[in-house]
Ligand binder design. Structure first.
Ligand code: AHR
Length: 804
């Protein structure tokens, strides 16, 4: 019988009130075309193709000319405008398609504005909304233009709801009209702010009661080159002064190009702080550290030119917290917020790695800690949760006495299920952890086939129980990315999906919400018994190379005195399969001859365990040494002894579980070309002893991914006087458990249960069925401090038990 024991009288760590937060990045049309409610795309004609998003509207008997000009703009920062010259034979002009259409609702007000001047004649400008089927939704005439630019406005009230409307601007009568900065905003924005944010999207954020809001990303912080990095100072002031930037997600993925994706910065840093205020989230800005994205150019700011980047950080702190009389506090005040924004945390760099990052980070830390010791600084631990970059960075962060380290992980559900104990053994005295970007990938990272299904959501939930149990180490966590437009996404999965009128939370969203709304104040110890599912440390053997040519001979696998495999390669390679590389047998050795290839051959059975593998190996040419694989279950799950890895600098024991590389142990070491080495690996259970030329070089415990039938964590909500127990059952059978509430004398007989469940792990929500997988509340009775409960298959359950 499974038991879940909660030690209710032994409260542990305090839970950070800002523990469960959100990560915002302008990806998947998350800002322009998403949260930022502007309906006109390329409103200032500043895209490189100045008429992108616009078309000429010229009915058959209309005569005229459309031209894009840049002499005499209405503002120096907005150099382009459009001239419509009509001969007056019929209404003639331009039309904007919006962001995959414009979402408008019947009877609601939409505020049009544009800078307009009349150059010849005295024509009328018809401002019109058309539905997707071509029906006219509303039309307002504007006129009386002068030779000087003037902001003209009109209010449109569509007679129908349409998710794919478009805006037309038609000159009626003979004459010439110039147009710039054309805008259309719903009146009903979040808090009805003119030029504000989409209310329905913000509402979903507010409903999460997020502890913090990380902004503006993500890779967008870094830019593919430094020139295109995110610069917060360019996002302040009147929107027409905010200079457009190409969005890095415009061109990042060949398979999902988005040529019309730009950043108008209508949602800039002021709006970010304001949004944090609105939804009660701590602001967590992330700034560029003097490095462009290392997946792209990796461009570096020379160390002696880093000062402006550090100054940007100092100025941002002043913009957020400085008195109204300070230069940047005055900018904030001028934008309408004399009170400070109470910034307490700041991130320096997103997904950076290597010594170059540490050198730059150290300079930021020195200045910021001296001038602003009150600000907690966040460093990035790179893109993956356990690889060699990650292993390199963590000790450096300890030396730098970083406050918080931002760890990321995008991996299949198995990784999350097998890592719920990741933080049980973390150093309690070092920097705290911000699990700042994560999402279970139903297929693989960056696969377009990933789905926001229940299976992934429950794997995340199982993992989050581990974060909650370790709230003394883990300060914060956020899922990523946040938003995606169903027709405009580059990346999947995402927490919230939208079209132009609708929005829905995924099962992953509801998991986040269940943690956030049931956060509690202190952790209570939980012990689970009888939940571990069998995990067997076994699998095939393999021989491999990474950008190196090498050969192998005299391969032997033995177990308990029995020979499981003996390959001398005198009669070919029976029992071996070539996975990749250029392999052939030469002089009794199995050779991978291509020095640029990553080669792999396999032999044996997946059922093999506790064996000893011995062989001879010789490097022939190339950058590294050779790799010997054991416990190979598949490309996503295996263990490697990598000899002369990482440019022939290190011997490393590496595990690859659930598509993630973990560098488990490393010693300095290299492999000489042309020399035969004796290699031996002894497997005993989960332990590996690795020998080179008869000498033990390294050993490690490499437990196989351990999955549980149930996962649980418990907290106490002091104000409500409640014990909150979260239990996740990701499997396909109901989980019966006996629950022990130890250390209490009595509890209220009625327990509130909130359950997120569905029939199949593949179940998802959608625009048409937004609540197909959503939490359901119920009440049940218990007789005392021990009771049985059935946790449905594929479920997360929150039990709230009154203890006072
Ligand atoms: O969340 C999407 C991207 O994933 C982020 O921009 C980046 O930080 C990570 O690689």
């Amino acid at each position: 019988m499974t038991t879940i024991k909660v030690q209710a009288d032994q409260p542990g760590a305090k839970i950070n009130p800002a523990m469960w937060g959100i990560f915002f990045e302008d990806i998947n049309f998350g800002a322009d075309g998403g949260l930022y409610a502007e309906l006109v795309k390329n409103r200032a004609f500043e895209f490189p193709d100045p008429l992108m998003g616009w078309i000429k509207v010229s009915p058959s008997h209309a005569r005229g000319e459309i031209s894009v000009r840049d002499g005499g703009p209405f503002a120096p920062t907005n150099s382009h405008f459009v001239r419509i010259q009509s001969e007056g034979t019929a209404p003639f002009g331009i039309s904007n398609e919006g962001f995959r259409g414009m979402g408008v609702r019947r009877g609601e007000a939409y505020h049009f504005s544009a800078q307009i001047r009349g150059m010849t004649g005295s024509p009328v400008l018809l401002v019109q909304l058309y539905g997707a089927d071509g029906s006219l939704l509303d039309s307002v005439p504007l006129g009386g233009f002068s030779l000087n630019w003037k902001k003209c406005t009109a209010t449109l009230r569509p007679n129908d709801t349409d998710a794919k409307a478009r805006l037309a601007l038609l000159v009626e009568g003979k004459g010439t009209v110039d147009l710039a900065m054309v805008s259309l905003f719903p009146e009903k924005t979040w808090k009805n702010r003119p030029g504000g944010l989409r209310a329905d999207m913000v509402q979903l954020l507010a409903d999460l009661k997020p502890g913090f809001l990380r902004f503006p990303g993500g890779c967008i912080v870094e830019g593919s080159v430094l020139e295109r990095r995110y610069q917060w100072k360019n996002t302040l002031g009147p929107v027409e002064d905010r200079q457009l930037l190409i969005n890095r997600w415009n061109y990042e993925f060949l398979h999902r190009p988005a040529p019309d994706y730009f950043q108008s910065f209508g949602l800039g840093f002021f709006e970010f702080f304001q949004l944090c205020d609105d939804i009660g989230a701590e602001p967590l800005p992330i700034l560029n550290c003097g490095m462009a994205c290392q997946f792209n150019s990796g461009e570096l700011v020379p160390l002696d030119e880093l000062e402006p980047y550090i100054q940007d950080a100092l100025d941002l702190i002043e913009f957020a917290n400085g008195p109204a009389a300070s230069p940047w506090g005055a900018r904030r005040t001028a934008m309408g917020h004399p009170e400070p924004f109470h910034l307490k945390m700041l991130g320096v760099g997103n997904e950076q790695w290597g010594p170059q990052y540490i050198e730059r980070l150290a300079r930021f830390v020195k200045v910021l800690k001296e001038k602003h010791p009150e600000i907690a600084l966040v460093a990035s631990a790179g893109p993956l949760p356990a690889d060699e970059r990650f292993q390199f960075l963590w000790p450096k962060f300890r030396e730098l006495k970083m406050d918080i380290v931002d760890e990321h992980c995008y991996a299949p559900p198995l990784w999350f299920l097998a890592n719920s104990r990741r933080y049980d053994h973390y150093d309690r005295s070092g920097p705290k952890v911000f699990f700042g970007e994560y999402a279970a990938q139903s297929v693989a990272m960056v696969s377009v086939k990933n789905r926001n299904n229940l299976e992934c959501a429950l794997a995340e939930a199982a993992y989050l129980t581990g974060l909650e149990r370790n709230a003394d180490v883990v300060r914060m966590a956020s899922y990523a990315p946040l938003f995606a437009h169903v027709e405009g996404w580059q990346w999947t999965p995402n927490l919230i999906w939208t079209d132009n009128l609708r929005v829905y939370g995924t099962p992953n969203y509801y998991v986040q919400q269940l943690f956030s709304l049931n956060r509690g104040d202190v952790v209570l110890p939980v012990t689970l018994t009888g939940v571990e599912l069998p995990a067997r440390p076994g699998g095939h053997i393999g021989l491999g190379t990474h950008q190196t040519a090498a050969e192998f001979k005299d391969v032997q696998v033995t177990r308990d005195g029995q020979t499981l495999l003996s390959s001398r390669f005198t009669d070919g390679t029976p029992g071996w399969s070539v996975e990749r590389g250029n392999w052939s047998v030469k002089d009794g050795a199995f050779q991978q001859a291509d020095p640029k290839a990553s080669g792999l051959v396999l032999a044996g059975e997946v059922s093999w365990s506790d064996y000893t593998l011995s062989l001879k190996a010789r490097k022939l040419a190339g950058a590294e040494g050779f790799a010997v694989m054991v416990r190979y279950e598949g490309p996503e799950n295996h263990v490697v002894w990598n000899l002369g890895g990482y440019e022939n600098r290190i011997h490393g024991i590496q595990a690859r579980w659930a598509q993630q590389d973990h560098l488990v142990a490393q010693v300095p070491g290299s492999i000489e070309t042309g020399r035969w080495y004796d290699v031996k690996i002894e497997l005993k259970g989960a332990k590996l002893d690795c020998y080179l030329d008869g000498k033990l070089i390294q050993s490690a415990e490499v437990p196989p991914p351990q999955v549980q039938q149930l996962y649980a964590s418990a907290v106490r909500d002091e104000k409500a006087g409640e014990l909150i127990l979260k239990v996740v059952n990701p499997g396909d059978a109901a989980g019966e458990a006996q629950i022990h509430l130890d250390g209490l004398t009595s509890v209220a007989p009625e327990v509130k249960a909130v359950t997120l469940a569905s029939a199949s792990p593949g179940d998802v929500n959608s625009l048409d069925h937004p609540l197909a997988v959503a939490p359901v509340e119920s009440i049940f009775k218990i007789a005392g401090l021990r009771f049985d409960h059935r946790f449905p298959k594929h479920s997360m359950t929150v039990l709230r038990i009154k203890t006072q």
